[in-house]
Design a protein around this ligand. Structure first.
Ligand code: NAD
Ligand code: UDP
Length: 334
């Protein structure tokens, strides 16, 4: 029996594939490479193609005895989703509708889904719990929430059980430094700061310093990508053992401001990392911090790399060794 991982060549997907292989799972990856990298996955069964391609799904589900699906494949840029919402409804919602239809045709009853803190929108309280209101402020968050709801209805109708994992800010890289974050263009804070340390950018722009926080910059909850990977394995185990659907936040429960993250990167890299205060980025809530008590209680999740310095050190290890990411031809080599 195999686990189908869609988007397995992406940032979080590739780290989860590595974790699954370490745990002895048989893995099949399906990825279009629209943002992923072939060099990020070392698996025997790899299909390059689109989740929305129903003929391809038919082939994958026929060629392999798929026990469960972990679905990472998505478009995930908040800003782009505001200017091109239909791309997001298509690549996120339509893709899951086709994937679930294929699962249903082939009797596959378990799925782990990449959801997001963006389903909450501007939170009413901190830390955020799973039962708190979900009022997304972007089409990206809306599509992820729509998928969570689609999964709930498919549980009732077809008995497809799902675990939706609402990640907060994924960061860091594999401890061996052979895979890491490589988005083109890069929009995430930590890799952008580290690109300054590598001399690839002159400065980092701080998007707003007039938020209602202590130093005026946005506060986020950074979670190591390998801790996310561990959570996917545990979610799979929960589906296998209890067969119950659920929604879980994944974060460390501690918030760091943009200025604090820059300062920590200065400590780790020894580089002055110039910064320039710039206008706010539309759609950014001031503070996003997770309560992950439910994941700890019900999944037995124990983050191993909770310290921000450790998270940044692992990212720095990857970026220093692979300054051009996977495009440099060295990414993916152990
Ligand atoms: P990523 O862009 O690195 O990975 C996505 C992967 O999916 C890529 O390899 C891409 O080629 C593939 N893909 C996209 N659409 C596809 C399609 N239609 N068919 C086949 N493959 C397709 O993104 P990531 O940062 O690894 O995020 C993974 C998931 O986690 C996404 O669903 C994202 O919305 C979610 N998420 C990410 C974060 C974060 O901080 N990075 C936070 C919350 C949620
Ligand atoms: N940010 C910033 N400068 C950048 C990129 C991000 O100030 O070049 C801020 C952003 O406004 C947010 C935080 O850093 O408050 C984290 O942003 P990121 O894009 O990494 O993740 P998001 O919170 O959007 O998921």
């Amino acid at each position: 029996m195999s686990v189908l991982v869609t988007g397995g060549a992406g940032y979080i997907g590739s780290h989860t594939v590595a974790e699954l292989l370490t745990r002895g799972e048989e893995v099949v990856v399906l990825d279009s490479l629209q943002t992923g990298h072939r060099g990020a996955v070392l698996v025997e069964y790899y299909y390059q193609g689109d989740v929305r391609d129903t003929d391809l799904l038919q082939r994958v589900f026929t060629d392999h005895e798929i026990e469960a699906v972990i679905h990472f494949a998505a478009s995930s840029l908040v800003g782009e989703s505001v200017t091109d919402p239909l791309k997001y409804y298509d690549n996120n919602v339509v893709a899951v509708q086709r994937l679930l239809a294929a699962m249903n045709r082939h009797g596959v009853k378990q799925i782990v889904f990449s959801s997001t803190a963006a389903t909450y929108g501007e939170p009413l309280r901190t830390p955020i719990e799973e039962e708190d209101p979900t009022e997304p402020t972007s089409p990206y968050g809306e599509t992820k929430l729509a998928i969570e709801k689609m999964l709930a209805w498919c549980d009732r109708a077809y008995g497809i059980k799902s675990v939706s994992l609402r990640y907060f800010n994924a960061a860091g890289a594999h401890p061996d430094g052979w895979i890491g974050e490589d988005h083109q263009p890069e929009t995430h804070l930590i890799p952008i700061i580290l690109q300054v340390a590598l001399g690839q950018r002159e400065h980092v722009a701080i998007f707003g310093d007039d938020y209602p926080t202590e130093d005026g910059t946005c506060i986020r909850d950074y979670i190591h990508v390998m801790d996310l990977a561990q959570a996917h394995y545990l979610a799979l185990q929960r589906l296998r053992s209890s067969g119950e659907s659920g929604i879980y936040n994944l974060g460390n429960g501690t918030g760091f401001s943009v200025k604090q993250v820059i300062e920590k990167c200065r400590e780790v890299t020894g580089h002055p990392i110039p910064s320039v205060v710039s206008p706010r980025r539309p759609g950014d809530p001031a503070v996003l911090i997770a309560s992950s008590q439910k994941a700890k209680r019900e999944l037995g999740w124990t983050p191993r790399y909770a310290d921000l310095g450790t998270i940044i050190e692992s990212a720095w290890n990857w970026h220093r060794r692979h300054p051009l990411g996977f495009g440099g031809g060295t990414g993916g080599s152990r």
